[in-house]
Design a protein around this ligand. Sequence first.
Ligand code: NAP
Length: 284
Amino acid sequence: MYKIIDGKLVSQSVKDDVKAQTLKLKEQGIDVTLAVIIVGDDPASRVYVNNKKKACEYVGFKSLEYALPSDTTQQQLMDLVNELNNREDVNGILCQLPLPKHLDEKEIIEAISPLKDVDAFHAVNVGKIMIGDYDFLPCTPAGVMEMLSYYDIDVTGKNCVVIGRSNIVGKPMAMLLLHKNGTVTITHSRTVDLKNVTNKADVLVAAIGKAKFVTADMVKDDAVVIDVGMNRDQNGKLCGDVDFENVAPKCSYITPVPGGVGPMTIAVLMKNTLKACKLQNNLK
Ligand code: NAP
């Protein structure tokens, strides 16, 4: 019988730990502050930003929201980022992606100070993750690692297959599994005979963005399956990249969607923001 990896449970424990540490900082007169920038009126982005604000409230952070109109210029956005970089009371800066098409995301990401880059998207932080010596965790992949650790799933020596090679999920996911001594294979849309590769996975991470893409015939018996995907099925219902109903019975552990990786991403964001505040105050 498979076991469900409960992202709500694990994220709650991460947030409670952050909350306790935030309280200690408050007692020393230090506030933790996250600035969130949202440009335009994308409904999905609005939901993500609201969830981040709620999490900030829960752990005791101050959150500052900058909701800019969709016709904001690159210069206006750069000016805001620079202002926030220079503000001593702001510990973390997050710019909700995607930005409207006319804006240059890459330039904005690189403009955020690496010391306040709590999404860990800046090239400096990405490089540090690669080296394995980093302050800010890549939020979604680190959330996956938290879940594995909570359930005592050791990836040492295991065949770990990641489907997807994006900069925010697939690549850093592979790095974190590698740092924990997994034998890691990264696959993507050009991989030949994907099924043959995934069938050898002891740990399979799906980060594709295609509803129910991973089917039972792609999964080895007793595999640990982590579903990062967040998609809508034909009925508009939230679903992952894994065909949960048919894959789950083959697994030892599996994450559901919703209630799996999703809540972990925000929990790790809180962890990173706390870390930023501590670093900026020369605290461990
Ligand atoms: P992305 O940038 O679109 O990357 C998707 C990856 O999947 C690409 O590397 C692509 O390969 C690969 N892929 C596409 N079709 C494939 C196929 N037929 N066979 C094998 N690989 C294939 O997406 P992302 O940002 O990594 O996000 C992936 C999913 O995770 C999405 O559903 C997203 O909503 C979700 N997500 C969830 C969270 C969370 O908090 N739970 C956070 C971030 C993302 P190529 O590189 O060759 O094109």
